[in-house]
Design a protein around this ligand. Structure first.
Ligand code: ATP
Ligand code: MG
Length: 552
């Protein structure tokens, strides 16, 4: 998919309709991606990134990157950096519009004063517990705070003293004065400022009062001139409050909040808290562990930004929650890798194949194409001799009817080489097969257009003498369903299996992040963290088999 293609990034959906309804000149659209810098981005965030930046691109508008750092949490430079890296990797650009919500604290304070002056906010002495108890229920109205009718002067004085640090945490709050009988509980005089004597990573000790999300977010959007503030469905019930803030403060641009359903992936946990725990307790190899669904994880796994963008476009944008099949993501990855990866041979579970009638000591170089569908990718020479490795599973002693690979007396094609017929097997004392013997027919050499007889199966192989030992990481889902666990999942003990494998010599010279198809075994990438010339570590990106069928 071309990222510059107008409709390509996200197709067309109800958000397009809203934007076109609202703006005469759609090139004036301003969106934002507002991550909280408290973790790495995951594939769910990618959906929001593609949507926000995609819409801006589609209309020739702009999308800001705004770190939502209104909580005085600990400094997270690592997250601020990784988030930027991941968005760039996905192919998007915020130009010079990198913003931090904390830089708006002064303005947020002034706007809160504006609300007080308009009689729309008051300082409340109730504790968090009391506020909660007075809020009412879905069927009963809440009760008004005894502080609700304080004079504007008193509120201004108290709010300033809150700012000046005269009160302890929790002693007072600033609340919007809306309607304790509103059917929407979010509108029942919500707290918009709280006291927290905490050091903020950007503003230090300047502030001891911090704005609440429902107040801060619309203010941030309005300050930046955001026209469409796209968020996930859980904020739908907060929209009346969003609108209240935007409409009761004198902003030139009134942003419109639009909600869409989060991306959920089958058998996947995306919550930052969960991911963070896995990383901090070393249950995975960092935030970029290839089994994680973080963007840095799937990048190291070998997924491409194109495949993620395609996936997001394919899943589309909706209001209804759904769970997307992982097979759909893998389908998008395969579709993108198929044309671009050279195909070479590597044997992951080797057993020796000995060709008894092939001359000892002889090695010939066979010409094999680098891609079955793309001649432009050229050819390479692959050494062939009497002793080869093949996959253990490509031989069966008692084959079922439709087994078209090797079995005693059966003939197969060795990719790019000859037909061989199995004659014998050698086993060790435990009964494990150690050697498979066969004979070859020189007339069947690849390229000679041999037609006298046909074989159904073609298997891959690696020449023993020149084989390069590599280390291959094979993956399964990181978590498996588990009824007895709090979140419904537990770690899959088989999520990572590392095997020693043999690859053909053309693998020498590979660089970190180079991708291949290992014939019949899937797509692989040289690991960005642990790959060296001496220890060639490859990660399986995805296998070749797909259970997903797109509706075309
Ligand atoms: P988490 O639930 O993993 O902690 P979050 O929603 O708290 O994530 P934020 O940093 O606040 O993380 O998210 C930034 C943006 O990404 C928000 O606008 C949020 O709505 C969006 N987002 C987060 N998760 C998803 C998801 N699964 N699908 C689509 N958008 C998402
Ligand atoms: Mg959030």
């Amino acid at each position: 998919m071309d990222i510059n293609d107008k409709e390509a990034v996200y197709g067309s959906n109800f958000i397009n309709t809203f934007i076109e309804e609202d703006l005469e000149d759609t090139s004036k659209v301003v969106t934002r991606f507002p991550p909280e810098p408290n973790g790495y981005l995951h594939i769910g965030h990618a959906k929001s990134v593609c949507l926000n930046f995609g819409l801006a691109k589609q209309y020739g508008g702009i999308c800001n990157l705004r770190f939502d750092d209104t909580n005085p949490a600990k400094e997270d430079v690592e997250f601020v950096n990784s988030i930027q890296e991941d968005i760039k990797w996905l192919g998007f650009d915020w130009g010079d519009r990198l913003y931090f919500a904390s830089s708006y604290f002064d303005k947020m304070y002034e706007y809160a004063v504006e609300l007080i002056k308009k009689g729309l906010a008051f300082v409340c002495d109730m504790s968090a517990e009391e506020v909660k108890l007075s809020r009412g229920t879905l069927t009963e109205p809440g009760t008004e705070s005894p502080c609700r009718n304080r004079s504007i002067e008193e509120n201004l004085d108290l709010f300033e003293r809150m700012k000046n640090g005269e009160f302890a945490d929790g002693e007072k709050t600033l609340r919007a004065k809306i309607d304790m009988a509103s059917p929407n509980i979010n509108m029942r005089d919500p707290v918009i400022y709280r006291i927290a004597h905490a050091t903020h990573h950007a503003t230090g000790d300047k502030w001891c009062i911090y704005p609440m999300y429902d107040y801060a977010h619309p203010v941030e959007d309005a300050i930046e001139g955001v026209t469409h503030s796209i968020c996930t469905m859980e904020f739908e019930d907060h929209r009346p409050l969003y609108d209240w803030v935007v409409n009761n403060i004198d902003f030139p641009v009134k942003p419109r909040q639009i909600e869409f359903a989060k991306l959920n992936l089958e058998n996947t946990i995306m919550g930052k808290r969960y991911l963070r725990n896995l990383v901090e307790t070393n249950q995975v190899d960092g935030w970029d562990d290839p089994r994680l669904i973080t963007l840095s994880g799937i990048r190291r796994r070998g997924y491409t930004p194109e495949s993620i963008r395609n996936f997001c476009a394919m899943v589309g944008v909706a209001k209804a929650n759904s769970i997307v099949d992982l097979a759909q993501l893998e389908y998008c990855v395969r579709e993108d890798l198929q044309p671009r990866c050279p195909v070479i041979m590597a044997v992951l579970d080797p057993v020796k194949l000995i060709i008894d009638n092939y001359p000892e000591g002889k090695t010939e170089l066979l010409e094999v194409e680098n891609h079955p569908k793309n001649e432009d990718m050229g050819k390479r020479m692959v050494p062939f001799s009497r002793e080869l490795y093949i996959e253990r599973e490509d031989f069966m002693e008692d084959p079922p009817k439709k087994f078209f690979r090797l079995a005693l007396g059966k003939e197969v094609r060795l990719k790019g080489a000859y037909f061989v017929t199995c004659t014998d097997v050698v086993k060790d004392s435990s009964g494990k097969i150690t050697e498979i013997h066969c004979t070859y027919d020189p007339a069947t050499k690849s390229g000679l257009n041999f037609t006298a007889r046909k074989v159904k199966g073609t298997i891959h192989w690696v020449n023993c003498e020149s084989a390069v030992e590599i280390s291959v990481n094979l993956y399964e889902n990181l978590v498996v369903p588990d009824e007895n666990s709090d979140n419904g999942f537990s770690l899959n003990p088989d999520s990572l299996k590392t095997v020693k494998a043999y690859a053909e010599p053309s693998i020498k010279g590979t660089d970190k992040m180079d991708r291949f198809q290992f014939m019949r075994n899937g797509y692989f990438i040289a690991d960005s963290k642990h790959f060296t010339d001496e220890n060639m570590v490859f990660n399986r990106i995805v296998s070749l088999k797909s259970s997903f069928k797109p509706n075309k």
